[in-house]
Design a protein around this ligand. Structure first.
Ligand code: P6P
Length: 338
């Protein structure tokens, strides 16, 4: 592959595809630059004093890892002065973050999970940063942005992506013209394109779910997983493999590159799922659909869900179209039978 950098790709998208306004190109560049700095901190680990937990909890009621807070601050500091944003929202902050008056405001909203999978940080497993970009309301030039301005359907996203801090540091991005992967060249400090127009392989029989939640699943979800485990001798008619890393970015990246299906269903504990709609499910759904896959909450298309709260949780079934459809069909049949 010709050595194309992120900057060159974004300029070409702006110039040729005409899909990337200058402000959005600047936004993506700045987020990518912040992810380089986060990658450095993640890579330092114990040597950088970034491991371990704080004695604080985030809005989700989860113990905050030191790196959660560090990465959150890095993304806020990198993005608030650029003039491309009207406000930001993060898994680590209860309310939205407005751009300080000393800086110009722009036409986009940025949402992020600064370190997704942070429970894996202290044990050396891959973690990542997930981000989503929405248009700010046109009137945000004359009034302050409010939380409700963020509550847009996932199909209104103008860009989405993740960085994965693993054996390599990768940035996977879509601006609505396909999915592109960049590998961080640490010696030069550049994001170098390593895969283009990614199409998720279809028909891969590999499912990713946390089996310890089985007793909480709906009957239809239990039936789907049971068929996967029964394999060729069961109703599915073929064997499956299983993977679960406990890090959504790692599981979704594997599925994007080699196929399969990721499931974190809503269950009886809360009636919702664990994952957050606005800055986990929606950006991943945008990427998966751009790569030819499907993404639902078990029944409804994720990108069509009308958000009603910034940190709302949702069930997630995404990846292979055939598998996502099988889950949806089982749910429909169980609804009709009940
Ligand atoms: P469980 C990480 O905390 C996360 O939000 C996702 O990255 C991951 O897919 C999921 O939760 C793991 O949840 O219940 O298996 O620990």
């Amino acid at each position: 592959m010709k050595r194309t950098t992120l900057s060159r790709f974004l300029i070409e998208q702006q110039r040729t595809a005409g899909v990337l306004p200058g402000e959005l190109r600047l936004l993506v560049e700045i987020v990518a630059r912040a992810c380089k700095a986060i990658s450095h901190s993640v890579g330092r680990g114990a040597l950088g004093g970034v491991l371990g937990s704080l004695d604080s909890e985030n809005v989700q009621g989860e113990v905050q890892k030191r790196l959660d807070v560090i990465a959150n601050e890095m993304l806020l500091d990198a993005n608030e002065w650029g003039g491309h944003l009207a406000a930001m929202a993060s898994e680590e902050m209860e309310t939205i973050h407005l751009i300080p008056n000393r800086f110009p405001k722009g036409e986009y909203l940025l949402l992020f999970d600064p370190i997704d999978g942070s429970s894996n940080i202290d044990v050396g497993l891959s973690v990542g940063t997930i981000f989503s970009v929405l248009h700010a309301p046109t009137e945000s030039a004359t009034r302050e942005v409010v939380e409700a301005d963020f509550l847009q359907h996932g199909h209104t996203q103008v860009a989405a992506g993740y960085a994965i801090y693993g054996p390599q540091t990768l940035l996977v991005l879509t601006v609505g013209t396909g999915v592109f992967e960049f590998t961080l060249d640490r010696e030069v400090g550049s994001w170098v394109m390593s895969d283009a127009n990614i199409t998720m392989p279809a028909g891969k029989r590999e499912f990713a779910i946390n089996m310890s939640n089985q007793r909480h699943w709906s009957p239809s979800m239990a039936a789907y997983v049971e068929a996967c485990i029964a394999g060729a001798s069961g109703p599915a008619g073929h064997d499956y493999n299983m993977r679960w890393t406990g890090s959504m970015v790692a599981d979704v990246h594997r599925i994007l590159k080699r196929g399969g299906v990721f499931l974190y269903p809503a269950d009886s504990r809360t009636g919702q799922g664990k994952l957050r709609l606005m800055y986990e499910a929606n950006p991943m759904a945008f990427l998966i659909e751009q790569a030819g896959g499907a993404a639902t909450d078990g029944s409804e298309r994720l990108l069509d869900i009308a958000p009603d709260a910034l940190h709302q949780r949702v069930g997630v079934v995404l990846g292979d179209r055939g598998e996502v459809e099988r889950v949806r069909e089982l749910a429909r049949m169980h609804r009709e039978a009940s």
